[in-house]
Design a protein around this ligand. Structure first.
Ligand code: CMX
Length: 434
């Protein structure tokens, strides 16, 4: 058994009594009430999910296993010669809650290398799809196609104990995570680089190999590591994480679950917003003839968008109530590596002008930028100008967090998810009694 798996097994055994005690002795303790507004309004703020992989504080932003983004980037072992840590180390952190040593990370990276071969039929399926299919559809289809590889299904059919469900889930989670960078890069090169596929380099780590297969030189390897880590997890109520958890709760395997979560991420109010940001900026650039707008000019574009009944992509959040630290981490990267980039300058103007406008409009509860407002700029700068592809990068990162959550869902025996519905007439009846 690998050291990661053995550590995980020990953590699971130590954790199980905590969950069991809460359910057995304190199962009736109330966490809160649900209002009619919350029932109609997307369950916003209803506390009914449990995860220990990450926690999102509205004012502070995300903590991965208790660590803020700067702490995570600082403490995880770095790839030699790079500014950014191994993504494989972040996988270790999310799964176990511990920062790995360099030795432990290298072992996980080796484990990923052993599992990364993508079956040929996946490429055949991608090639059979019309070339103008959205890359998120391709990614989802590729993951779903590999469902036949599920270790969980094999073990389940053989009659495995419920206590051991986490084990094959862990195995297939690593199998799938190891393959995603190659699938993503394949989609990119097939669709946007005249079908010139670059095979993986067996000596590289996950982020380095992705950059290599994309055909983009340094520091795109660090960009990839940063992206995958930043996008990995945002607690479990967001659409992609919740979708993955919900599907897995029916004991559907990791392939079904992650293909489904990718479909949720593909919505413009969620992950697709990063593509929408670039599309929006390009529209403004066309109108400005490429010149950077003044604050006054930019304000007019923002108001035009709002007055035509559309959202300003990249701003607002369902939970956050301040600037997203994932935005800030990428902004710092931009200030260091591409301060004079034209699109970064556009994003910088938006950073100044949008929040006061959203405040003045008075609808959005959070006027501040989210992760998606900044991420496309970096991709564009390094030559990935096909913004339809941006959400695929988000998806490869998010898969890490969702997979870690599903392994723990199985370990702690979380049941099938099944909230209760009511009818509109029932709500009217409750409201009338108030
Ligand atoms: N531009 C214009 N209006 C906005 C807005 C924005 N950026 N953000 C919120 N609003 C509006 C909402 O559409 C809603 O309007 P209605 O009352 O007319 O329906 C109102 O303000 C209240 O919404 P909210 O409670 O502040 O926000 P929600 O929790 O409902 O939605 C989110 C959150 C992210 C979907 C929303 O802020 C939005 O649409 N933002 C733009 C899209 C975006 O950037 N999404 C990416 C989020 C991060 C991610 O998941 O990747």
């Amino acid at each position: 058994m690998s050291r990661l798996k053995e550590k995980l097994r020990q953590k699971i055994e130590a954790w199980r009594p905590r969950t069991a005690k809460l359910v057995k002795e304190h199962g009736d303790v109330k966490l809160g009430d649900v209002t009619i507004g919350q029932a109609i309004g997307g369950a916003r703020g209803v506390k009914c999910l449990v995860t220990d992989i990450s926690y999102l504080d509205p004012l502070e932003g995300i903590r991965f296993r208790g660590y803020t983004i700067p702490e995570t980037l600082e403490r995880l072992p770095k790839v030699p010669g790079s500014e950014m840590p191994y993504v494989e180390g972040h996988v270790y952190l999310l799964l176990t809650g511990d920062i790995p040593t360099m030795d432990e990370v290298v072992e996980v990276a080796e484990e990923f290398k052993k599992r990364k071969a993508v079956p040929q039929y996946v490429f055949d399926i991608l090639r059979a799809m019309p070339r103008d299919t959205h890359p998120m559809t391709m990614l989802s289809a590729a993951i779903l196609a590999m469902q036949r590889e599920s270790v969980f299904v094999q073990k389940y059919n053989a009659g495995i104990s419920k206590m051991d469900y986490w084990d094959p889930t862990y195995e297939e989670a690593l199998d799938l995570l190891a393959k995603l960078p190659q699938i993503a890069a394949y989609i990119f090169r097939m669709k946007y680089r005249s079908d010139t596929i670059i095979p993986p380099d067996p000596n590289l780590d996950m982020g380095g190999n992705f950059a290599h297969m994309m055909g983009i030189g340094k520091p795109y390897d660090d960009v990839s590591r940063l992206y995958f880590i930043l996008h990995s997890d945002h607690e479990s109520g967001n659409v992609s994480a919740h979708t993955g958890h919900l599907i897995a709760s029916a004991l559907s395997d990791i392939y079904y679950s992650l293909s489904g979560m990718i479909n949720g991420l593909a919505g413009p109010l969620h992950g697709l917003a990063n593509q929408e940001v670039l599309r929006w900026i390009q529209g403004v650039m066309d109108k400005m003839g490429g010149k950077v707008p003044t604050d006054e000019e930019m304000k007019k574009f923002v108001w035009d968008t709002l007055q035509s009944g559309q959202v300003v992509p990249g701003f607002g959040h369902a939970v956050l109530r301040k600037t997203d630290p994932r935005y800030m981490a990428q902004r710092e990267f931009c200030l260091k590596h591409l301060p004079d980039d034209l699109i970064f300058k556009y994003v910088d103007v938006l950073f100044r002008v949008v929040p006061p406008i959203l405040e003045q409009q008075g609808k959005a509860k959070n006027p501040w930028p989210n992760v998606d407002a900044q991420s496309g700029v970096i991709q564009w700068y390094y030559g990935v100008k096909e913004y339809d592809f941006y959400t695929v990068l988000f998806g490869v990162g998010r898969a890490i967090g969702v997979a870690a959550n599903i392994v723990w869902d199985r370990a702690l025996g979380y049941p099938i998810e099944r909230p209760k519905s009511v009818t509109t007439a029932m709500l009217e009846e409750v409201a009338a009694k108030k």
